[in-house]
Design a protein around this ligand. Structure first.
Ligand code: SF4
Length: 346
């Protein structure tokens, strides 16, 4: 049965009026789903009984089953969910001083096989439905220890621009006042650099944040770390990002994972500074989070500092992301990877 969160308000109004109930009942259902966290249609006490029955006969209210929860000593919480078809996805709640960020997945698996990422190791299983995306956010808001969610980043399993329509539909519901009501500027799409997706996003008139994974300042190094670079090489990606900034008036953030002996030397920092000169952007440095079997290590703290200083001295806005949840399998896809083989053998 379909999950009711796959429908936006208009679509639900169409369904409900076609059953002979008033349009405003759709708004009441939305209120129960998004504001009152209902888990069963029988809880929707202000709806006519017949409508509750009809809804329960045609829709479900939940599509994720929690399989495992890990909590870090820094309060980062990671949740592993099983989908109806036995695929697994992860979502993470990351509390900080003035915010709680939910890192959510857009696909079961990923086809882009970035070298530093556990999510890409098993390939793409399938796109997530709108409801499966939204329910991760609702779950973090309702059941994480923080019991709230102020920001959302699409940095979990999957490439959000490879599941464009469902991710955008989910974002509109997460952003809508009658949905979760999270401000667009608090929602970030993070992409490995899918040029057609970025071009499409520029037309959406959405105030969301765009974050692009760069991870290298030359094509040879980026080819090694991110096979997608062969299709969308750096110079084309940078041109596309500059166009995005021009069209949307929004800044782009470039993510740069620092990997020991691969992309974290001073010459890399200098190349990156030259490449981004005059670009209205921010660089987010992330020391690599070692993942099982990936052969990836973070550079020493001193080398990270040298890299950061070289960028800021060249006028590039740069921040260093604090590692979170290092004592639980916090790097993208690690927890899922532990469970996937179990899933396949069952
Ligand atoms: S980093 Fe993102 S795009 Fe790359 S393999 Fe992992 S999930 Fe896919």
């Amino acid at each position: 049965m379909a999950d009711i969160k796959n429908l936006n308000l208009k679509e639900l109004e169409t369904v409900i009026t076609s059953w002979g109930f008033p349009r405003f009942c759709a708004g009441q259902v939305f209120d129960w789903v998004y504001k009152k966290s209902a888990v069963d249609f029988s809880q929707m006490s202000n709806l006519p009984l017949d409508l509750r029955k009809r809804l329960a006969e045609n829709y479900v209210l939940s599509c994720l089953e929690l399989v495992k929860k890990q909590q870090s000593k820094d309060k980062t919480e990671k949740f592993l969910f099983e989908l109806a078809d036995k695929n697994f996805i992860e979502a993470v709640s990351i509390p900080a001083k003035d915010r709680v960020t939910g890192c959510i997945s857009s696909q079961a698996g990923c086809k882009f096989a970035c070298r530093f990422c556990a999510s890409g190791q098993l390939g793409l299983r399938r796109n997530l439905e709108v409801a499966e995306i939204i329910e991760q956010a609702l779950y973090l808001k309702n059941y994480s220890a923080a019991k709230k969610l102020t920001h959302i980043v699409f940095m979990g399993t999957g490439e959000p621009l490879d599941n464009y329509d469902n991710v955008l539909a989910a974002i509109r519901l997460i952003n809508a006042k009658d949905g979760m009501g999270i401000g667009a500027r608090r929602i970030t799409i993070s992409t490995c650099g899918i040029i057609p997706g970025i071009e499409k996003l520029a037309q959406e008139k959405l105030q969301i944040e765009l974050s692009v994974s760069l991870h290298a300042a030359d094509n040879a190094t980026r080819d090694k770390l991110m096979p997608v670079n062969k299709k969308y090489p750096l110079e084309q990606l940078l041109r596309c990002c500059r166009d995005y900034v021009k069209k949307t008036n929004r800044q782009v953030t470039f993510e740069y994972i620092l990997v020991k002996d691969i992309n974290s030397g001073l010459p890399d920092a200098r190349r990156l500074a030259i490449m981004l000169a005059g670009f209205d952007c921010k660089v987010n440095l992330i020391p690599a989070n070692p993942a099982r079997n990936l052969g990836i290590l973070a550079p020493p703290a001193g080398a990270v500092k040298v890299f950061q200083n070289a960028l800021s001295q060249s006028g590039v806005k740069v921040t260093l992301r604090q590692a979170r949840g290092e004592d639980i399998d916090a790097a993208c896809g690690q927890l899922r990877l532990k469970y996937e083989p179990r899933c396949k053998s069952e």
